[in-house]
Design a protein around this ligand. Sequence first.
Ligand SMILES: Cc1cc2nc3c(=O)[nH]c(=O)nc-3n(C[C@H](O)[C@H](O)[C@H](O)COP(=O)(O)OP(=O)(O)OC[C@H]3O[C@@H](n4cnc5c(N)ncnc54)[C@H](O)[C@@H]3O)c2cc1C
Length: 423
Amino acid sequence: MQVVDHVVVGGGVMGSAAAWQLAARGRDVLLLERFSPGHVRGASHGASRIYRTTYDRPEYVDLAVEALTLWRSLDDPSVLTLTGGVSHGVRHEGVAAFFVARGVPHEWLTPAAAAERWPGLRFEGSVLHETATAGRLHADRAVAALQASAASHGADVRHDVQVLRVVAGSSGVVLETTLGDVRARSVVVAVGAWTAGLVGPSLGLDLGPSLVVTQEQPAHFAVLPGAPDEGAWPSFTHQPVGLHPWPSGTYGLATPGEGIKVGFHGVGPVTDPDHRSFLPEPSQLADLQRYAELWLPGVDPTVPAPISCTYTTTPDSDFVLDRRGPVVVAAGFSGHGFKFAPAIGRVLADLASEPADSAPRAAHPAFALARLAGARGHLPTGSSRRPPDEQPTDPRPDAGLDAHPAPAAVGTSPTRTVPQENR
Ligand SMILES: Cc1cc2nc3c(=O)[nH]c(=O)nc-3n(C[C@H](O)[C@H](O)[C@H](O)COP(=O)(O)OP(=O)(O)OC[C@H]3O[C@@H](n4cnc5c(N)ncnc54)[C@H](O)[C@@H]3O)c2cc1C
C-alpha cells in the first residue's frame, strides 16, 4: 500500500491549487484525478473565467485579494489578463462601500458613458467599473499551471485514477482507488459535482439535497464586423432592474479566439454528473440569443457556440471549506469559485495541516459544512463551530455575482433558479 502525507482527490482548479500549496510547504502530496488532462466533464475547463473583487463580504474580498497575488505568482503569466470589469443594472451600494473601504480602484458611469466606452454592450441603471482588479482567467492554463507548480515542488500528479472510497480512521485515511489502496495522514476531497457521492458515504452525511448539480450552458457569440475586437471588452455582469423576461441575470467576457461568452447563472437543469447530455436546453439557448440581440449590439446573436459545464450549488451559494477529522472537504462553489482558487488552495492546505483530532480553524465559519442540512448532528467532538442557524445571514447584492438578483425580481421562468447573488 502506498503511504503519503496528503492525498488530494480531484484535479480541477481547487484540488490542483491545494496540491500546489501543500507541495510548496515540502509535504509529500499525491494528487489523483479521475479523467485525463484537459477533460471537459467538470467545472474547470475552457479558456475563460471572470476574475474580480466585486463582493461585499470580507471573507470573499480577502480571498479574492489574496488570490490575485497568488495567480500572478504562477509561472504562466497568460493565466490572468486584467481587462477591467463592469456591473450594471441594480446598484450595489454594499460593493461600492467595500471598494472605498479597501481602496479598490473603481468609478461609476452612466449607461450612455459606458456605452460610448464599450459600444459592444448596452447598459442600464448604475454602471460600476472595477478599473484595475478585474479581468479574465484562462481556465485550462490555470489548472495546468497549478499542477505544474505542484509537480515542480515534488507532488505526484496522477490522471485517470478514480478514488472509489475514503475510509477515515483515528490515524489518518485509507483511500480505495482504481490503482490500489493508499494511506495518508489527511485527504483533501475537491471533487466538485461528485462530492455528495464520495464524501457523503465516507462521513456518513446526506449531502445530496444541499449540493445541487446543474448543467449550465453559456455560449460564445462572434463579434460583428466593425464592433470592438475581443481585446477591448471588459468582463461584465448585468442584474436587470425590475421585472424582466430572463431566467436570471447574466455574466460575460471575451474569450480570445472564441468570441464573447455570455451566460445565465445557475438556471441549468439538475443533472447527474455521470449521466449528462452535454447538450444545451433549447428554450434557454433561445433566451440567451434574444438577450444577446438586445443587450450585446456588438455580437452576432444568430450563431451561438454553446458550452456545457457543471455548477455545484449550496442553498446560500456560499462555499464549503471544512474538515472532519482527517478529511478536508472543498465543495459547493456555486458557479463563482474559480477566481479564488489559489487562495482556497491555501485554506485547504492549512486545514489539511491541522491535527485531525482538533476542531477545524483555518476556514471562515461562513464556509462550515455543518450549515448544510444533511451535515448537521455530525460535528466531530471538540468542534467549536456555531451551528448554522446562529450564523448571521447576509443577503449579498451583486457581490461576486456575474449574474442576477433574487428570483423574486426576475422573470417567471419555471426553470429551477438558484439564489444567485454571486458568481
Ligand atoms: C459555465 C461556468 C462558468 C463559470 N464562470 C466562472 C467565472 O466567471 N468566475 C468564477 O470565479 N467562477 C466561475 N465558474 C465556477 C468555477 O468554474 C468553479 O467554481 C470551479 O471550476 C470549481 O472547481 P472544482 O475543482 O471544485 O471542480 P471541478 O473542476 O469539477 O473538479 C473536480 C474534479 O474532481 C474529479 N473527480 C471527481 N470524482 C473523482 C474521484 N472519485 N476520483 C478522482 N477524481 C475525481 C473530476 O474529474 C474533476 O476533474 C463557472 C462555472 C461554470 C460551470
